[in-house]
Ligand binder design. Structure first.
Ligand SMILES: NC(=O)c1ccc[n+]([C@@H]2O[C@H](COP(=O)([O-])OP(=O)(O)OC[C@H]3O[C@@H](n4cnc5c(N)ncnc54)[C@H](OP(=O)(O)O)[C@@H]3O)[C@@H](O)[C@H]2O)c1
Length: 325
């Protein structure tokens, strides 16, 4: 079968289109004939060697397609069924992928109208937006919310979902004025650059500070977050695009009276697959019923390396989805 593959880590140039053996489902897994597959920032992080992985590797952890084969013990799914899935072992940028049944959701009932293009684009980021805001941030009506990396695929969803969940103020932050403007076009009340945050937070929040700051960015913006939070505010860490973390002791949380929280799809899946499934289903439902709109760009096989370049180069805005067949 055809797949995007890399045999060594490095820049987007390591990605190639190759013929590889089709994977077989093990117990509790399903094989899916992929029609659409998301290209995700996690693919970039693994491809460039930020985390260990076995090589050769096929990227892709969000797909939509048709169930082709059921592994031992799988119930509640049938061959030929349209599904969206989160194959947590990656491999989704391919004609066939294996995913756990627990992260494979039939596109039926409330999800029947969801196109495979949107479903594939929503799998990771819609589930993460739900888990982050509901689960980790414990968002409450009237909260003042700040999202770092607001103009990215996930950032745009977080802004829209924070408002849907009753936030009183939804502010985005981005690296440049152009990206901040994109966040406002995408639904934020207002947006600023990271460099403006320290000076403008008091004015923007009536001296209160932000109740919730969602941080997928790391680096210098992360260093500022404590100074932007309201008393008892929540700093929710969900990524590290800049590949630079804080050196923070637990006592600092005590002294400064704030909450440090986190959400990681893989971490939740490992310990509470039922909870991850609930976040995935709610995320897909919110996209299907129009509460969450998704900015999707469909690309072909020859567009995957360029999509990685855009994601890594901070020029992407929205979500790239590979049309596999
Ligand atoms: N916790 C989870 O389970 C989970 C799930 C999904 C995604 N994530 C994380 O969420 C983040 C956003 O994902 P996405 O799909 O929305 O990707 P995306 O569309 O490429 O967005 C990445 C965002 O990060 C910002 N950024 C800051 N520093 C960056 C750097 N050094 N390189 C590239 N971008 C940088 C960019 O905006 P500026 O240039 O304006 O800063 C951009 O808005 C990623 O870090 C991803 O790993 C986490």
């Amino acid at each position: 079968m055809r797949a995007v593959r890399y045999t060594r880590t490095g820049g987007p140039e390591v990605l190639e289109i190759a013929e590889v053996p089709a994977p077989q489902p093990g117990a509790g897994e399903v094989a899916i004939d992929v029609s659409h597959a998301g290209v995700h920032f996690a693919d970039v992080m693994f491809r460039r060697g930020q985390f260990p992985l076995a090589l050769p590797a096929v990227p892709g952890l969000e797909v939509a397609g048709t169930v082709a084969e059921l592994g031992e013990g799988v119930t509640g799914l049938r061959i030929g069924q349209q599904v969206a899935a989160l194959p947590f072992g990656f491999g989704g940028n391919a004609e066939r992928v294996v995913a756990g049944a627990v992260t494979t959701v039939p596109l039926e009932g409330e999800l029947a109208g969801l196109s495979p293009l949107l479903a594939a684009g929503a799998v990771c980021n819609a589930a993460t937006a739900v888990g982050t805001l509901r689960g980790a941030a414990r968002i409450a009506t009237g909260d003042r919310v700040l999202v770092l990396g607001a103009s990215g695929g996930l950032g745009l969803l977080l802004g829209r979902l924070a408002r849907a969940y009753g936030a009183a103020l939804v502010v985005g932050a981005a690296s440049t004025a152009e990206r901040a403007a994109r966040a406002v076009e995408g639904g934020y009340d207002l947006a600023v650059t990271y460099g403006e945050l320290a000076d403008r937070t008091s004015e923007l929040t009536d001296g209160h500070g932000f109740d919730v700051v969602v941080d997928s960015v790391g680096g210098e913006p992360r260093e500022q977050v404590r100074g932007l939070l309201a008393v008892l505010g929540r700093h929710v860490v969900i990524g590290n695009a800049a590949d630079r973390d804080l050196d923070l002791g637990a006592n600092q949380v005590w002294y400064d009276s704030f909450t440090l929280a986190g959400y990681n799809l893989g971490g939740v899946l490992a310990r509470r697959p039922d909870l991850l499934r609930a976040h995935l289903e709610e995320g897909l439902r919110l996209v299907a019923d129009g509460t969450l709109s998704l900015d999707v760009e469909e690309i072909g096989w020859d567009g995957v390396a360029e999509a990685h370049r855009q994601l890594e180069g901070r020029t992407a805005s929205g979500k790239y989805v590979l049309r596999v067949r």
